[in-house]
Design a protein around this ligand. Structure first.
Ligand SMILES: *Cc1c(COP(=O)(O)O)cnc(C)c1O
Length: 399
């Protein structure tokens, strides 16, 4: 049997989101800093709610996850020529954000479990003198945050967390995004909440957050925030920080608030689906699933596996086989960037970097989305198809 459902079709928005969107549109007050008496709009309310949900003191809504990262980097003083450490295994907006603020991305190796390599982090921080790490929790794989912080604290490195794939994940019971100076989230359609485009920045640091709010383009409206630090923190920020116009609007906030209310149950639904597929794959010796950090709880909105020993040609054939069975896989070993997938050698705006371990790991890593529109039977079918085609390719290799 082949798979027939779409891997990119989104679940419908909750009916409350549609009602809220109509109210926002009808009012036509779509800017977050409304000049009417209504000071407490949807964006302000969303920021209060997201901060409370995340367990952060402060929250700022912005236009995208990429903008959240650029603002976070600027907030802590990254500018022209500042070296910023980041994961070699991540997606293009991460090095893109560093480059956009004039920083110099310095890529750190990935382990076979798709997390940042702490030994390589230590050695690259020492040789470069870098004092900033943009830590990308790529595809939801959490590094041991205690060990990471031991390294970064010992070397006075400020950590910014990229939680585009870990919104709702926890480490030792605390939300991912609670372990660095600032955390960045995305509400772009293919992440864990869907407003088309959008993002959040959270922090417990009032000085950093005041700077972030002015950077996001608050003009002198920073008092119209629900989850912002007190006005005394803005006395320098309002003069020192450029306005980079990255505000979220009322329409997007209106459709995000009802989704936030459902996010915890969506996380459970993703993990339920993930455990069905992963349970089937874990009985297949020919492939390898990355080992999850024992203290972490991921959000299984996507699944990665590797087929160690496969050549590029065999990987391409596996992709074709999957496609012919209706399963959409992505592969990180392609020579050229493809769709949303690219790797460090494609990012030609930065100087080439040697990452032999990451190259070796990514050469056989496959990636699959698990949308909530799939039911249990779909997940079982997916798992069985994957085992079938991997075994098939493996046997063809043995002959
Ligand atoms: C999507 C994504 C981002 C940025 O989000 P946008 O809202 O699309 O700018 C950042 N990091 C990772 C790992 C992502 O996948």
């Amino acid at each position: 049997m082949n798979f027939t459902k779409s891997f990119t079709k989104q679940s419908p928005l909750p009916p409350e989101a549609l009602d809220a969107a109509m109210r926002a549109l009808t009012s036509a007050d779509l800017h977050r800093y409304q000049i009417t008496e209504n000071d407490h709009g949807e964006v302000t309310a969303l920021e209060e709610e997201f901060a409370a949900w995340q367990g952060a003191k402060y929250c700022l809504s912005v236009t995208s996850g990429g903008q959240a990262m650029q603002i976070a980097l600027r907030t802590i003083g990254v500018d022209a020529g500042t070296i910023v450490l980041t994961n070699a295994f991540t997606l293009a907006p991460v090095p893109g954000a560093i480059q956009a603020v004039g920083g110099v991305p310095f890529l750190v190796e990935t382990t076979a479990d798709l997390i940042i390599d702490l030994d390589d982090l230590k050695s690259k921080a020492a040789t470069s003198g870098a004092r900033v790490l943009l830590l990308s929790h790529m595809r939801g794989h959490l590094v041991n945050m205690k060990e990471l912080r031991e390294v970064t604290d010992a070397m006075s490195i400020t950590v910014i967390e990229d939680c585009a794939h870990t919104m709702g994940a926890t480490y030792c019971g605390k939300r991912s995004g609670s372990f660095g100076a600032l955390a960045c989230f995305s509400t772009q359609t293919y992440k864990h909440m869907n407003s088309g485009e959008g993002g959040f920045l959270t922090s417990d640091d009032p000085v950093a957050m005041a700077r972030a709010i002015v950077l996001s383009g608050s003009y002198m409206n920073f008092h119209k925030h629900g989850a912002a630090p007190g006005e005394q923190y803005f006395s320098d920020a309002k003069f020192d920080c450029p306005n980079t116009s990255a505000r979220m609007d009322e329409l997007r906030a209106s459709i995000l608030r009802p989704q936030l209310a459902l996010l915890d149950s969506a996380v459970d639904e993703w993990n339920h689906r993930y455990s069905i597929v992963a349970g089937i794959l874990s009985d297949c010796e020919e492939l390898k699933l990355p080992q999850a950090c024992e203290y972490g709880k991921r959000v299984g909105s996507s699944l990665q596996f590797s087929v160690p020993g496969f050549s590029a040609d065999q990987c391409l054939k596996l992709l074709d086989k999957a496609k012919s069975r209706g399963v959409e896989l992505k592969w990180f070993g392609r020579e050229l960037p493809h769709g949303f997938t690219s790797v460090h050698s494609h990012w030609r705006y930065m100087s080439p970097q040697s990452l032999p371990q990451t190259d070796r790991v990514l050469a056989t890593v496959f990636d699959m989305r698990i949308p909530l529109s799939f039911d249990d039977a779909d997940c079982r079918l997916l798992g069985n198809i994957l085992v079938d085609i991997v075994r098939d390719s493996y046997q063809a290799m043995q002959i």
